[in-house]
Every structure is written in C-alpha cells, then in structure tokens.
Write a protein that binds this ligand. Sequence first.
Ligand code: UD1
Ligand code: MG
Length: 481
Amino acid sequence: MMLNIVIMAAGKGTRMKSALPKVLHRLAHQSLLHHVLDTALALMADRIITVTGHGADAVEAAVRATAPEVRFARQMPQLGTGHAVQQAMPELTQSDSGHAVTLILNGDTPLIQASTTQALIDACGGKQLALLTIVMGSEAEAAGLGRIVRSDAGISGNDAGISGNDASIVAIVEHKDASPAQRAIVETYTGVMAVPTAHLKKWLGQLKNDNAQKEYYLTDIVAMAVADGVTVVAAHPSSDTEVLGVNSPLQLADLERRYQRSRAVAFMEAGVRLADPARFDVRGHLECGLDVEIDVNCIFEGCVTLGDNVRIGPHCVIKNAAIGADTIVAAFTHIDGEKLGVKVGLDARIGPFARLRPGADLGDEVHIGNFVEVKNSSMAKGAKANHLAYLGDAVLGERVNFGAGSITANYDGANKHRTVIGADVHVGSNCVLVAPVSLGAGATIGGGSTITKDAPAAALTVARGKQVTLSGWVRPVKQTG
Ligand code: UD1
Ligand code: MG
C-alpha cells in the first residue's frame, strides 16, 4: 500500500510573537517540524510533502538540511487546511491497485507518535477515512476545535472498536460554525487523519469556503465521505500530549516539560536514578549504563553516553561526550564536545566547576579539578590537573601532575602549537609552558617557571628570576608637609 504524508506547516503562528516561523521553534533543541518529520520518516512513506507558506524559504532550507527526500508544496496565501492539502495534490502518488493512503499531520504538533499514526493508517487501509480524535473533559476544553458529529442511529462496528462510541461519524463541524448543541460535543478532531488517496483527490476538488471563516476546511471531506458511502472511523492517541499543538511560548514550554517528564520516566524505568525528574533535560540522545545517578538540574545535549555507575552532580551541562564507567562528574561541570567530542575514561574525577571542551580525551583515573579547562588535549591514565589550569593542544603522559595555576600557552596569535608532557612529569604551580615545547618523562618544572625550551627528562628545570634578599633595605616612608 502506498503511503503519502502531508505535513501542514504554512501557518503564521501569530501568537508566538516571533520573527522565526512557528514550526522552526524548538522543543528539546529540535524544531517542531523536525519532530514531526522524525515520525513521518519512521513510517517509511513513499512520499513526504511539507506544505510551506509563512517563512517558506527558511522552513524549506531547514528541512532540506536533514531530510533531502522531503518534497514541498507552497501555499500562498493560506486559505485554510483544505487549501493547504490541495497544494500538495500534484505530489500525491497512487499505486495501480488504488489502495493508497495519505496521512495528514501538523507541523506544529511535535509529539505525535509513529505507533499512533500507524494505527490510523491501518484503520484507513486505503478504504476508510480514519480520524484521530480525543474526548475532552468539558465543552470549555473543546473550545476552538472541530467537533466529531455522530449519527444517533447507533450503528456499531464503525470505529475500529476503539472509540467507545458506537454511533457512526457523519461530519466534523468547526467550532465557529457549530450550533450550541454541536458545541456541547466533547469528542474533537486532533488535526490528524488518514485518507484513501483517490478519494482525497476527488473530495479536495469539491471543497467550498462558504463557512464562518471563509476558509477551505479539510474537515469538510468527512461529510463528503459519508455522502459517498465511505466509512469514517475514529482512533485515539495513547496520550493527549501527542496531539497538543504549539501556538504560544507558554504552550511550547508546557509541551517541553511534558516531553522531558516522559523521557525522565523512561530513564527511571530503565534504572537510572534521577534526583528529581522535574529537573532533568535531555536535548538529544542520552544512553546510560547500569546504576547511573544524576543529580538535579543537569542538561544533556547532542549525543551523550554514561557508563555503568557514573554519577553526575547537580547543575552539570554535558554535550557530545562519552563518560566511562565509575567516573564521577561533580557539581557545575560544563562538558561540550561540539563536533570533536569529549571522552572520559573509567573511574575519573571531574569537577566541581570543570570545563571540558572539544577534543578533550581523558584516560582512566584522570582527575580534573575546579576551574580547569581542557581543550583538544589528551591525558593518559592517572594524570591530574586539580586546580585553576588550562590545557590546550597538549599531550600528557601517565601520572602527570599539572600544578595549580599552570597553563599551556598554545596560541601565538596566529597558530596553535602542541605541548608534549612525558609520563610522571611534575609541573609546579603557576607555570607557563610556551608551545611548541616538550617536557621529558619524569621532569620536574619549578613553580613559577616560564618554559620556552624543551626540558630534559628526569631533571629539575626552573626558569624564573632568582630569589634575592637585600639586607639593610628600608621601606619608603610617606612624606609629610
Ligand atoms: C484545525 C481543524 C480542527 C481541529 C484543529 C486541531 C480544520 C478546518 N480544522 O483547526 O477541526 O480541531 O485543527 O488542532 O482543519 N495550515 C496551513 N495552511 C492554512 C491553514 C492552516 O498550512 O491555510 C496549517 C497550520 O500551520 C497548522 C495546521 O494547518 O499547522 C492547522 O491549522 P490551524 O489554523 O491551527 O487549524 P485550526 O483552526 O486549529
Ligand atoms: Mg490549531
């Protein structure tokens, strides 16, 4: 059975009060539209067509960047949801057998699940019109939404056995066009439907805009289906969150929290111990081993893996990093691997207040303490930089001890240079290692040294002014008068 998916994304999103097109606003660091596209891609459709209008250039560029197979249909001006799907009509494919399905999704409804839409496609089967509906708690909650009007004839068997209401669906009536009796209906249309493609093409051609909003309503095809003797069935999402759309910053933040809550619950069900599921954010892909503990207010971005027994202290931000088993990352640590990534070995101690930047590659049992920054540098097993240090473009051997306040001067204003530090080197406090430079294995660098030449192995190198004492020297006295 051929599957087309039409994603409606032409609307303006006036209530966002933003220059950014609504569907490009982000939830968990991914645009609303990309969430919907992920679902669409998971369904292995033959064609995915996005209807663009407001901010079309920006929206199409954003989609092309990650999903080049998606097609576009421009809708200018926007004359309603039926008009939107009309623009996609030339792109819809049909199989020879005629059993093609078109699934309609909304670009501003990011949490729709593939399983829910697959059930809807199955209910359609290329023969029936399948609507995703939800039953609201009250008429007030249903305000603004299209109402599912059912016959009171009580014909059973038309709801794929899941709607709980046996009366057959005869129409969707938009809120603004509904009579008081129809407004009292609490079963509402979610904006998602699966339609036999051949019928859809015919019905789209018959749409009229003689309604309260002077729009071409996609929902008018329901009555057309009934008139053509096509059965209309309803299916429901597994949770109402799936069909919540974003129209305002408040709704966006609300959906973000719901989304994060569901991810937190999934991690906890898998054994991860979160100090507080309400203070946990994953904006990308997080993988956790056994017995991982995560304290409050941590943010995980990009692709992060945490090995067994890893403990993350409070207020850490970790992006594109792999942290080995038994490692402890203490409070307020910021790890950002960007494109190069950050690697931390087994049983390491990072933080508090540490900063690991792209290309930091830390071996097992490495210790990084407070106010230490590591960038594009490797540290072999057991190496330590415990206080106030900067390591850039450096290679540190095993068990190196890099003293408090010491730095690599890796940048000469034009080029970056490497610092190579052999195993068991001890760099004293407040040293400047002017790269390119190397320190031989077992070397000791006296505190306060500025090292501009290679230091030999196993020797003490000191590079600073000699300490002198002037006896008989007196402090100046403040002059008066
Ligand atoms: C629509 C449904 C309503 C349903 C509700 C669920 C219609 C006529 N009504 O109403 O039954 O309860 O969704 O949220 O379909 N769009 C375009 N081009 C347009 C108009 C809209 O691309 O010309 C897009 C919007 O960007 C949005 C989606 O279609 O993603 C829905 O449009 P919206 O205006 O929100 O429809 P509602 O009036 O909410
Ligand atoms: Mg809407």
